[in-house]
Design a protein around this ligand. Structure first.
Ligand code: AMP
Ligand code: ZN
Length: 468
């Protein structure tokens, strides 16, 4: 499997640090409003990366944070006259609803920045002890950027060019040693949430959160760190500087970044006001259509959002769902059970599309080509089945189509009634399978439930489930 690594600017062979396991961290949203469909792009594409890795047999530990302390959250709280915590917990819940509707699996863990302050204080202290950070008189703690010699290795920026860019900016009242130094901890302002620290009552800078949460839940060295390309600089560059200076180890082996979701060729963003929330789109479309639209382009390419492309995604998705419906319908009325020799050949022939699908996904998750191979399978199957086809072949083709769609997070069959008791039984069976390290069966069960619209969440208190 090849993945494009922003660090080397090349496609590299994917080799996990530990055989069979993938440790993956994806920067999550700042929760001060409903998420827009630009924010949904990394959620959908990296959920698909995760699903493909799981399909390949990896056990994926997928951590994605919520940034629940930030200027924008505080501003919104002041506007509404409520606490920052009320704002963040409200929008975390809303975000989780949107994720479930887009069939984005809950992360193995969704840590919250505000719950990890101790870890941040510890990392900042270590950085000070090692000479990589210093407190200024007002209690702000800065990272000493130039001391980290590899600074710029991810964004391929040169420190002197950066310095030149900064020269114009007047550093008023700050006690930075160098314009390039960035904030690890900052003093509170009147009315803001704050925590005690050795330097001042204050709150963490944004970058330190992710370094700390990745370390705590995945370890000092991880396989994949991902997010939108706007995070490459400064966020991810700063995360690397903090983590590697603190731990003395390479932080992440592979850095994956999705391209922007644009509107009229401009990045969709809250600040430009050119956005649609996922919730707005859900009033017009099943969010499966949004998911399908996102995956119809390569994740690193820019993608322009338009009504026409959404309509095209809708009809493409319908073609796949109709093919599946047809297989199911034929199966219900089928007269023969087992496959004939001729059908055996048809079945074997359909394997070529699975190979094509895998080849596309192995090439840096080329979902556009993977979808093309699903269409080929649909066409192949549509032209080879009829009232005479056996139950066995119909079932196999249906499952094959379902499996490929499931890797992309596309649900073929929605809202089929499943009783609470059946769900509980399947969850129990999945737990038993996991205990026996039969992850294939465990994932299969997760897939069966997902196909019925049941989303599982592995929490520290055990498995929770909900109807998507
Ligand atoms: P934020 O809440 O702004 O920190 O964004 C959360 C995630 O969404 C980050 O990974 C961003 O890179 C990503 N993101 C924000 N806007 C877009 C966009 N228009 N297209 C693609 N990704 C985006
Ligand atoms: Zn981050």
């Amino acid at each position: 499997m090849k993945v494009y690594n922003t660090l080397s600017r090349k496609k590299e062979d994917f080799q996990p640090l530990e055989e069979g396991k993938v440790k993956m961290y994806v920067c999550g949203p700042t929760v001060y409003n409903f998420i827009h469909i630009g924010n949904a792009r990394p959620m959908i594409v990296f959920d698909t990366v995760r699903r493909y890795m799981e399909y390949k047999g990896y056990e994926v530990n997928y951590v994605s944070n919520f940034t629940d302390v930030d200027d924008k959250i505080i501003k919104k709280a002041v506007e509404e006259g409520v606490s920052a915590q009320e704002i963040s917990s409200r929008y975390i819940e809303e975000c989780k609803k949107d994720m479930a509707d887009m069939n984005v699996k809950p992360a193995t863990l969704h840590p919250l920045a505000t719950q990890e302050i101790d870890g941040m204080l510890e990392m900042i202290s270590t950085l000070i002890d090692k000479g990589f950070a210093y407190p200024a008189k007002d209690g702000t703690v800065y990272f000493r950027t130039r001391k980290f010699e590899e600074y710029g290795k991810l964004s391929h920026k040169n420190l002197d060019d950066l310095q030149a860019g900064h020269r114009e900016i007047k550093v008023t009242g700050e006690e930075k040693e160098d314009a390039l130094d960035f904030v690890l901890w900052k003093p509170k302002k009147e009315g803001e949430p704050y925590w005690e620290s050795p330097w001042c009552q204050g709150r963490p800078g944004w970058h330190i959160e992710c370094s700390v949460m990745a370390k705590k839940y995945l370890g000092e060295e991880i396989d994949i760190h991902a997010g939108g390309e706007d995070l490459i600089f400064p966020h991810h560059e700063n995360e690397i500087a903090q983590s590697e200076a603190c731990n003395g180890k390479i932080f992440s082996k592979y850095w994956l970044h999705n391209g922007f979701l644009n509107i009229d060729n401009k990045k969709m963003s809250k600040s430009l006001g050119n956005f649609f929330t996922v919730r707005e789109i859900s009033e017009k479309y099943d969010l499966q259509v949004l998911r399908f639209f996102m995956l119809s382009a390569h994740y690193r390419s820019p993608l322009n959002f338009s009504a026409e492309l959404m309509e095209a995604a809708k009809s493409s998705l319908e073609r796949i769902v109709n093919a599946a419906e047809n297989l199911k319908h034929l199966k219900k009325n089928a007269k023969h059970e087992g496959m004939t020799a001729e059908e055996e050949e048809i079945w074997n022939g359909s394997g070529a599309f699975v190979e094509k699908f895998e080849k596309a996904m192995d090439d840096d998750f080329n979902t556009a080509d993977a979808i093309a191979s699903i269409f080929e399978l649909v066409k192949y199957s549509n032209t080879r089945v009829n009232e005479e086809t056996s139950v066995e072949l119909l079932e196999r083709l249906y499952n094959r189509l379902g499996q490929l769609c499931d890797i992309l997070g596309i649900i073929l069959e929605k809202n089929e009634e499943i009783l609470d008791e059946e769900i509980e039984n399947l969850i129990e069976e999945r737990q038993a399978a996991r205990k026996e390290r039969n992850f294939a069966r465990a994932d299969e069960i997760r897939g069966i439930l997902l196909n019925k619209g049941i989303v599982l969440e592995d929490t520290r208190e055990g498995v929770k489930w909900k109807r998507a």
